[in-house]
Each structure stands twice: as structure tokens, then as C-alpha cells.
Design a protein around this ligand. Structure first.
Ligand code: GDP
Length: 464
């Protein structure tokens, strides 16, 4: 598989949409496309960034017209892939689009691997690794918040941040190397104090980035949500209220054990990943058998706890037992059955929640009358998207590879910090500094030696 091949693919979804776009990219994109297209001009005669109307024809069947299409030409290097690119806007019929792909293959194109257009954009230097991954994340994004985190990454937020951190490391490293080679012109006297401070500052910034990993997971994979409450308060009714009105249930998968079932649901644009809905759907005595232990387990795993109480009954020991597991958790309490006469002592409920270490956020709902769903969605949205966990303008690490690289960089810098504290000679820690530099470089797909050479050359005039 060569990067010189010309690749083609259907760029739009296969669900019957009005138009379907086929993209062709590579050295022979234009000549291959010419082979299947008849317009006023040949594609090879068109200027870059111009469009023309014409017919897609099948040469093997006496130039039979397969479809009418608009063709768009983008010549290298000013295209997404940096290669010659041709786009056909055809009619959005899956069968027809496949047929056009077949014609392109007959002319010498190859069907693109998943992500190959973006890979070429990366190889062509059009985007860096973080941006390439962000493109994948945009394509795969589940929900609005995930999308905006990816878009942020795409705009280069993470790249800029990582680049700035690397700059600092490389500057100090280059200085040390220069001083070791050329002690007459570069002095290391008093250098360690400044370096120590810089290293601590960089470590702090890396830790901040690492702290966003959880948030990254939440918005990509959904908020892990446990619905808890004693039997008969209406857990399964509320689950159904959340699920049934929602057409956009993403998927239901078998959990690791037979009896757990995870379901995904979108509420006000936020993806919830519901924990152990099977437990909730079981009959009441099974729930009773599972008991508080199981609830505690689910609470531990959850990012968000939906605690259901029955507004038509007094609070009792069962409710209190459950509340006692809430410490440190984000809990939303739903007082259910508001269609009945409310007897619950709301003040006592608030006091119990506060005593057990959680902020009382209470909504009154009725699963029977389907009220409160929207308020619940809004509250979750406030808590996780706009509120305490604030994602919108922040760079979020949502990618396991980035997390690993950041963790490695942090470890190397800890070693540097230790060496400085122990008063070891400078050439001792340049190795760890370069290791940190390299780890960070993995995030944006850059290499090591060239940069150091450039830096030493540009800023420290070696070999003068
Ligand atoms: P779970 O054991 O906590 O899952 O509770 P269920 O969802 O099975 O509900 C227990 C009982 O309460 C059922 O008879 C439901 O019909 C009833 N129920 C649930 N929600 C409401 C509600 O909002 N109003 C009224 N009046 N009854 C409800």
C-alpha cells in the first residue's frame, strides 16, 4: 500500500441522503476522474477550486450515463490531503455511489482505508497528529460536548500547549548542552535554580492536562449514571421515562457479567451511560436480594447518581442506608410520584444529603405522568457541561495515547527534579529532559534530534 496510490471513497453517510460525495485523492486523481466524467471541459483542463457540471459515464458500456454530477477540483498542495483531489457530488443512492466507486477502481484508483484521507493530510504536513486524531474524534463524537472538545483540539489548542511546553524543555536542554561544550561562553552558575522552577512549572501544567482525562472520558463515553433507590420508589419507571421518550438510544450492550446491561441514552444532548439497568429491571425481590451492597457498588462506579425517593411515602431506614453511600458523589435526587399526595419531608431529605457529604440537588418528578424529564436533562447539562465540570474552553485530554505520553513526560520530569534536588551534574538530567521532550513530541507526532540541532543552531550559535 503506497502513499502514491490514488485512493477513492464515499465521503458521506450511507443512510439515504440527498447527495452523496465521492472523493478521489492522489497523484492520478485528475486523470482517473477524467476517465469517468464527461463535462464541457475535461477535469484536467479545469482550474483548481472550480466546479463543473457533467455526467458520470461507464466506458465499458458504451459511455452509458450512470449519473449526473457536480465535480470539484482541488489541486495539490491546496487540498485537505495536500494531493490532487477531485470530489464528485452525485445523487445520494448507495447503489449508485458504489457503482461510481467501481468505475474509479476500474480506472486505477484504490478504495481508501478508513481514515486514509486524514492520514495523508498528516503525512503531507497539512495537520499534525493531534489534529488528525481530533478529526477521527469529530467523526466518532458521541454528543455535543464531545464534539466541541474535538473541535477545540482540532483548532490546535492541544498542539499549541504541547509545543509551548516542549519549547521550554528544549531551550533549557540546549543551553545545558551548549554550556557543556562551550563553557567559556555559557555559564551554568545559578542555572539550576531557574531550571528547577521551570521544571516544576511544566510538571504542574502536565498535571493539569492529565486531570482533564476523566472529563475527556465522560464526554466521549458518556456520563456513567447509576439509578439507585429502595424498591418500589419508581426506579424502573423513571428509567423507562428516560429511555422511552428518547428515540436516540445509541446502543445496548451486554456487560461483563451476564446480569448487567449498559444502556446509552441522550438527554438534552448529553450522553448518559446507564449502569446496571438489568438490576433495576429485575423483579422487586431480586432487587431486595441484591440490596444495599449492590447499590454501593454501582454508586462507586458512577460519575452521576440518580437517587430516587418516593414522595408519597415518608423517608425510612432504607433511604438513609442508601444516602450513607453518597459521600463525594455527584447526586441528583428525584422525588418521584408528584402526581400523588406528597408526604415526604423535604427538609429532612436535604439535611440527610448534606450530612452525608453531598450537595442536595432535588427535582420533583412523576414517572407516571412523564414530568420532569427536561428539567433533569438541564440540570445534568449544567453540572457536567456548563457548570462545575467546565469543558467548553478547556483543552481536554480525551485520548489514551495522549494520556500515556503525558504520564511518561511527567515521570521523566520527576526524575529531573530529583536530580536537581540531589545536586547531580547537569549532563545527568539532560537525558531525562530529552525523554520528556520526546514523550510530549509523540502527542503531536514530531521527532527529536532535528529539533535539538535546529535549536542549538538557531539560538546558541554552536561552532562559530
Ligand atoms: P422500582 O422498584 O423502584 O423499580 O419501582 P417501579 O418503577 O417498579 O415502580 C413501583 C410502583 O410505583 C409501580 O406500581 C409503579 O407503577 C408506581 N409508580 C412509579 N412511578 C410513579 C409515579 O410517578 N406516580 C405514581 N402514582 N406511581 C408510580
Amino acid at each position: 500500500m503506497s502513499v502514491k496510490d490514488t485512493i477513492c471513497a464515499i465521503a458521506t453517510g450511507m443512510g439515504g441522503s440527498g447527495i452523496g460525495i465521492i472523493r478521489v485523492s492522489g497523484e492520478n486523481a485528475i486523470s482517473i476522474s477524467d476517465g469517468i466524467f464527461r463535462g464541457k471541459k475535461r477535469i484536467s483542463e479545469m482550474d483548481t477550486y472550480t466546479a463543473a457540471f457533467g455526467s458520470i459515464i461507464d466506458k465499458s458500456q458504451d459511455d452509458r450515463v450512470v449519473d449526473e454530477a457536480v465535480v470539484l477540483v482541488m489541486k495539490a498542495p491546496h487540498s485537505y490531503t495536500t494531493e490532487d483531489t477531485v470530489e464528485f457530488d452525485c445523487h445520494g443512492n448507495a447503489f449508485l455511489l458504489q457503482k461510481v466507486i467501481g468505475l474509479l477502481v476500474a480506472e486505477g484508483a484504490r478504495i481508501a482505508e478508513p481514515g486514509e484521507f486524514t492520514k495523508r493530510a498528516y503525512l503531507g504536513g497539512r495537520i499534525d497528529m493531534t489534529e488528525a486524531e481530533a478529526v477521527m474524534d469529530v467523526i466518532n463524537a458521541e454528543g455535543n460536548a464531545a464534539l466541541s472538545a474535538s473541535v477545540m483540539q482540532l483548532r490546535g489548542g492541544l498542539k499549541n500547549k504541547i509545543t509551548a511546553l516542549r519549547e521550554k524543555i528544549i531551550y533549557d536542554t540546549a543551553y545545558i548542552e551548549s554550556a557543556i561544550d562551550d563553557p567559556e561562553n555559557y555559564s551554568l552558575d545559578g542555572f539550576d535554580e531557574g531550571l528547577h522552577e521551570n521544571i516544576l512549572g511544566i510538571m504542574e501544567e502536565i498535571r493539569d492536562l492529565l486531570n482533564t482525562c476523566d472529563e475527556g472520558r465522560i464526554i466521549r463515553e458518556g456520563i456513567r449514571t447509576a439509578i439507585v433507590g429502595k424498591p418500589n420508589v419508581g426506579k424502573s419507571s423513571i428509567l423507562n421515562m428516560i429511555l422511552e421518550e428518547e428515540r436516540a438510544i445509541v446502543t445496548s450492550v451486554e456487560g461483563t457479567t451476564r446480569d448487567t446491561l449498559e444502556e446509552y441514552v441522550r438527554l438534552e444532548g448529553i450522553l448518559l451511560r446507564l449502569i446496571d439497568t438489568a438490576g433495576i429491571r429485575d423483579t422487586a425481590d431480586v432487587v431486595e436480594r441484591i440490596g444495599v451492597e449492590k447499590a454501593r457498588d454501582n454508586i462507586d462506579k458512577a460519575d452521576l447518581v440518580l437517587f430516587i425517593v418516593d414522595g408519597a411515602r415518608e423517608l425510612d431506614k432504607n433511604d438513609e442506608d442508601i444516602i450513607s453511600c453518597f459521600s463525594g458523589k455527584t447526586v441528583i435526587t428525584l422525588i418521584n410520584k408528584e402526581d400523588l399526595e406528597m408526604v415526604i419531608d423535604r427538609e429532612r431529605l436535604e439535611a440527610l444529603l448534606t450530612e452525608n457529604g453531598c450537595i442536595p440537588r432535588i427535582l420533583t418528578v412523576s414517572a407516571a405522568e412523564n414530568t420532569g424529564r427536561r428539567e433533569l436533562g438541564r440540570l445534568i447539562s449544567e453540572l457536567f457541561i456548563h457548570g462545575e465540570a467546565h469543558y467548553n474552553d478547556q483543552i481536554i485530554i480525551s485520548n489514551a495515547r495522549h494520556k500515556e505520553a503525558l504520564t511518561d513526560a511527567l515521570r521523566s520530569l520527576e526524575a529531573v527534579e530529583k536530580s536537581i534536588s540531589e545536586g547531580l551534574p547537569e549532563d545527568f538530567y539532560t537525558i531525562d529532559m530529552m525523554a520528556a521532550y520526546e514523550s510530549l513530541g509523540l502527542i503531536i507526532g514530531e521527532t527529536l534530534e532535528d529539533d535539538l540541532a535546529d535549536k542549538i543552531f538557531a539560538e546558541f550559535c554552536m561552532g562559530k
